[in-house]
Design a protein around this ligand. Structure first.
Ligand code: ATP
Length: 516
């Protein structure tokens, strides 16, 4: 099935099974804003717990923070967001559709890489086992020609964005003959800058209300509290502050479901280090974060780093962790070496010292910062995209059958187990109730007695429940039940008395954290 079709199905699955709903749906929705349903909220909480514990619980030099969304407006002046948190936008005059000019060019550049990959695939098929991919990529004239075109255009793009030179950005779109995906024409407007921050007013308008912003990142709340935390927690460098919270960006193009939202949630950690050690810490955090992703078991080959060659004004190194979504490799998390830019700016704008006194050196200085920044919602989408499978279960005798299954990692699954009496009579429901009443203290349990057992299994597969406990007539006699495993559909007979220990072991966050 085409990747786009799979993605469409995933989006409707999220809605049909209570994971994600469009916001304000009865009023036809609100673009790029979404609500999380009964299972969505559980999955989201489990993702947040996995992140929080991996940071705060697992490191004695990382502590948490929960700063307010509203902050003094000068913070956003100091951080550079008022002047520079812009995206270049362009409209197609025929379709009246609006695009991010940089994204149009990036997607065009991606086509060069795809062309090269296709050439390599063809050669692989031709040469068979003897094929040396690295050699082919570095010597084949056709590939070198495509690579040269790519490098040339890429350099132009980086230079134009660095300015930013809006006319040059537009010229690249014209010269590359990029067409609007909707109208198919090249009838483009000028490129304009668009600030992504939402603003509102605080206080009554009559007596001088103040314009304030909804935070576009959680990081600044950490920077302005840096000394509060350092002093009250008696923290010594290196140390980190972690925060999970809402962020808001007036994104120009709202596409790809919860990949790019206007209201979303971030999990950010700022790690304060001695100047001069930041690149070593940057390397270590890149590795640690990649490990966190891969430990979920979705296949190492589906992740890659994308090191930035165009650095933000505050950074001296930056890299994204990208995942292979149905629509290609895309950023899930950013790791940035932010130098001392933010603290220095806040020191200048607030007039308050933002320095750390180093007892070893007996001197004060502004620390450098490594940041790890991941979107909860984007991580949610990554987990869902990696877990969604449509399986053909046509039997040997030809009777057609199929199922949709969410192969969510047990540690993240919203419902850990379903308790299902085989039939609704002869004390089976009572035994089942007894089991679920006992297990619900430890796990998110569901009791279900409606419909045939096969239908109930399918319902649990569709929401990603990893274990189904079935109570049958044998249970009445010998106090045993079956556990059905979601992924293999195999069943195993176990004593009721051991259920809690068996499930606890399989869904344990502790075991997951030990992998890191
Ligand atoms: P992009 O290039 O995709 O716009 P960015 O580089 O601006 O993202 P950062 O500012 O580094 O993103 O934000 C860190 C993380 O926050 C991203 O890796 C992503 O997971 C998440 N994120 C950023 N913008 C959005 C958004 N509009 N909707 C959902 N998640 C977002």
């Amino acid at each position: 099935m085409a990747h786009e079709d799979i993605f469409k199905k995933l989006v409707s699955h999220c809605k049909e099974y209570g994971y994600v709903f469009p916001s304000s749906e009865i009023y036809d929705g609100l673009a790029a804003v979404y609500d999380y349903g009964q299972y969505g909220v559980e999955l989201k909480n489990n993702i947040k717990k996995y992140w929080w514990d991996s940071m705060v619980l697992m490191h004695d030099n990382i502590v948490g923070l929960d700063s307010a969304i509203f902050m003094h407006p000068t913070i956003w002046k100091a951080s550079g967001h008022v002047d520079a948190f812009n995206d270049p936008l362009i409209d197609n005059k025929d379709s009246k559709k609006r695009y991010r000019a940089d994204v149009l060019i990036e997607e065009h550049l991606e086509k060069f890489s795809e062309k090269i990959d296709r050439e390599v695939e063809k050669a692989k098929a031709r040469f068979g086992e003897k094929f040396d991919e690295a050699l082919y990529r570095s010597t084949n004239p056709r590939i070198l020609e495509i690579q040269e075109k790519y490098d040339l255009l890429h350099k132009k793009f980086i230079d134009a964005m660095a300015g930013p030179d809006l006319a040059a950005i537009r010229q690249i779109i014209i010269d590359s003959e990029i067409v609007c995906p909707v109208s198919g024409t090249r009838n483009w407007t000028e490129v304009r800058q668009f600030n992504l921050m939402f603003s509102t007013e605080i206080g009554a308008t009559s007596d001088g209300a103040m314009k304030i912003y909804l935070r576009p990142e959680t990081a600044q709340g950490i920077f302005v509290n840096f000394l509060n935390v350092q002093k009250t927690g008696r923290m010594k460098l290196p140390f980190g502050i972690a925060q999970i919270g809402k962020a808001f960006r007036n994104e120009i193009v709202a596409r790809q479901f919860i990949f790019r939202m206007r209201e979303f949630e971030q999990m950010e950690m700022q790690f304060f280090v001695k100047p001069g050690t930041e690149l070593e810490w940057f390397r270590q955090w890149k590795e640690a974060r990649m490990k966190w992703h891969r430990a979920l078991g979705f296949g190492d080959e589906n992740y890659r780093f994308h090191d930035h060659d165009k650095l933000a004004h505050y950074a001296n190194a930056a890299s994204d962790i990208e995942y292979k979504f149905p629509f290609g490799f895309k950023e899930v998390e950013g790791i940035h070496s932010r130098t001392d830019f933010d603290l220095k700016q806040h020191q200048e704008y607030s007039g308050k010292k933002m320095q750390y006194f180093d007892p070893e050196k007996n001197e004060s200085y502004i620390p450098y910062v490594i940041e790890t920044s991941i979107g909860v919602d984007r991580m949610f989408l990554q987990v869902m995209a990696a877990s969604y499978y449509e399986e053909d279960l046509t039997r040997e005798d030809g009777v057609p059958d199929s199922r949709v299954v969410l192969r969510l990692p047990s540690v993240l699954a919203p419902v850990k187990l379903a308790v299902l009496p085989l039939v609704r009579k002869d004390t089976l429901p009572e035994i089942s109730r007894r089991i679920s009443d006992e297990l619900k203290f430890d796990f998110n349990c569901q009791y279900d007695e409606k419909d045939s057992i096969g239908k109930r299994y399918r319902r649990q597969d569709a929401i990603g429940t990893p274990y189904c406990i079935t109570i049958d007539y044998q249970s009445v006699d010998d106090e045993t039940v079956t556990i059905r495993y979601r992924d293999t559909m195999l069943q195993e007979r176990v004593p009721i008395s051991r259920l809690r220990a068996i499930i606890a072991d399989k869904v344990s966050l502790r075991e997951q954290l030990k992998k890191l």
